[in-house]
Design a protein around this ligand. Structure first.
Ligand code: SF4
Ligand code: SF4
Length: 190
């Protein structure tokens, strides 16, 4: 009969909980599972686990399941859950910590979200602000769907909503410095 090392997996589960709590500033036991977060989340319909369920998985030491979930990648960081939560559980920050851990483990369940995130951050790093057209082109090419939403381009251009040329802020060097500091903090990863 195969031996199950329960003590080991419990220890690993506990270590993951402590790491995610430290990174997000969230104390998981603060959540009493009322479900107000899930009820107000605009993206819950598309998630495999609701925000409340993600917390429950973590509380039960099933962090691996949370990390493998689509939910953290679909979270739009809109803060609706945090605003509604009677226990002030900062779910958007917890979702970010779960995403970071999923990145470290190479378990990215929504590749296109990751590609879009990177295109957005590249743009902010380069210009100090987002250049929408550049972000769309970069993320469409990298996600192998070059013509996605292409018909929306001309009307948005003629209404002045997007521009082919990026505009830079004056102190873009400061923004680059912020990126460098964030990278150094994470040991040059990502
Ligand atoms: S609203 Fe807050 S306390 Fe209620 S389930 Fe969500 S995170 Fe937990
Ligand atoms: S921050 Fe994320 S989890 Fe919270 S309500 Fe918005 S999309 Fe849902």
């Amino acid at each position: 009969m195969e031996r199950v090392e329960l003590a080991d997996s419990l220890r690993q589960g506990q270590a993951l909980i402590q790491q995610l709590e430290a990174e997000s500033g969230v104390t998981l036991t603060e959540c009493y599972q009322c479900g107000k977060c899930a009820a107000g989340c605009p993206v819950a319909f598309a998630m495999d686990y609701t925000p409340r369920q993600i917390i429950r998985l973590l509380q039960l030491g099933l962090g691996e399941e949370a990390i493998k979930s689509h939910t953290p990648w679909l979270c739009a960081s809109c803060q609706a859950c945090y605003t509604r939560c009677p226990r002030e559980v900062n779910l958007p920050r917890l979702m970010e910590a779960v995403r970071q851990e999923a990145r470290r483990r190479g378990v990215i369940k929504e590749k296109n979200v990751e590609i879009f995130d990177r295109a957005f951050l590249d743009s902010v790093k380069r210009y100090g602000r987002s250049h929408e057209m550049g972000i769309i082109i970069q993320s469409n090419l990298q996600s192998m769907q070059p013509f996605k939403d292409v018909m929306l381009g001309p009307p948005m251009f003629f209404k002045g909503k997007i521009s082919p040329l990026p505009s830079k802020i004056k102190d873009v060097a400061n923004v680059k410095e912020i990126f460098a500091r964030a990278r150094a903090k994470r040991g040059n990863k990502h």
